[in-house]
Design a protein around this ligand. Structure first.
Ligand code: 5GP
Length: 190
């Protein structure tokens, strides 16, 4: 997606440790036109499969996932990273390692919001090691459902997430694939 690549080059910043700062357009200040287009791209790619829900992880996945769900006419479920006093009922939980924070969190969803047999489309802002995506896959499994597609806004192809998801047989669409990045510049894989 050309506009996304341009935004990454002009407004993104490669930090140490293989982290790309995108707070100017994706997860702090948000370019909603760009992310609406991202949602439409995911919808066009995945509409041939009978998905029943779009799922994502709070908070940076919510905007692209919401536009995808809107474009596909599907409900959206947000998996939680933080528990709270009002998150009650029967909960499904799995431990996930946060790439950016370097700590573990309990990925959580109410059993009521994923039905057995659901065909889920997982959307997220980044793919790095694949931990978040595999956490979503595990929650789906616990609910008797399955993740059958993965849509990623920015894939860091120099990290192992894509290879792991492909090995698991998943259809992965990434709208921008970064081959390498450093303070000197960012190169795309395609
Ligand atoms: P993974 O679980 O694939 O290792 O990492 C994906 C998750 O970590 C995403 O949900 C995203 O929020 C965060 N993440 C991974 N890499 C980056 C990055 O370079 N920049 C930002 N802003 N978030 C990232």
């Amino acid at each position: 997606m050309q506009k996304l690549k341009e935004a990454i080059l002009s407004r993104g910043k490669a930090l140490d440790g293989g982290v790309l700062l995108v707070d100017a357009f994706l997860n702090h200040q948000v370019d909603v036109q760009l992310l609406r287009e991202a949602g439409e791209r995911f919808a066009a790619h995945f509409s041939a499969k009978p998905f029943s829900r779009v799922v994502t992880i709070e908070s940076s996945g919510i905007v692209p996932a919401a536009f995808t769900a809107l474009a596909m006419g599907l409900p959206l479920v947000i998996f939680k990273k933080q528990t709270s006093r009002i998150l009650t009922g029967e909960l499904l939980q799995t431990r996930v390692r946060s790439f950016t924070k370097g700590i573990d969190y309990q990925l959580t969803v109410k059993r009521d919001f994923i039905a057995p047999g659901d065909c889920l489309l997982f959307i997220d802002d980044f793919l790095a090691s694949g931990e978040a995506a595999f956490g979503a896959i595990e929650l789906a499994r616990m609910a008797g459902a399955s993740v059958d597609g993965v849509g990623i806004v920015i894939e860091k192809s120099f990290q192992p997430g894509r290879a792991r998801l492909e090995q698991a047989g998943l259809d992965v669409l990434s709208l921008a694939r970064i081959r390498s990045m450093s303070a000197q510049g960012i190169e795309f894989a395609d």
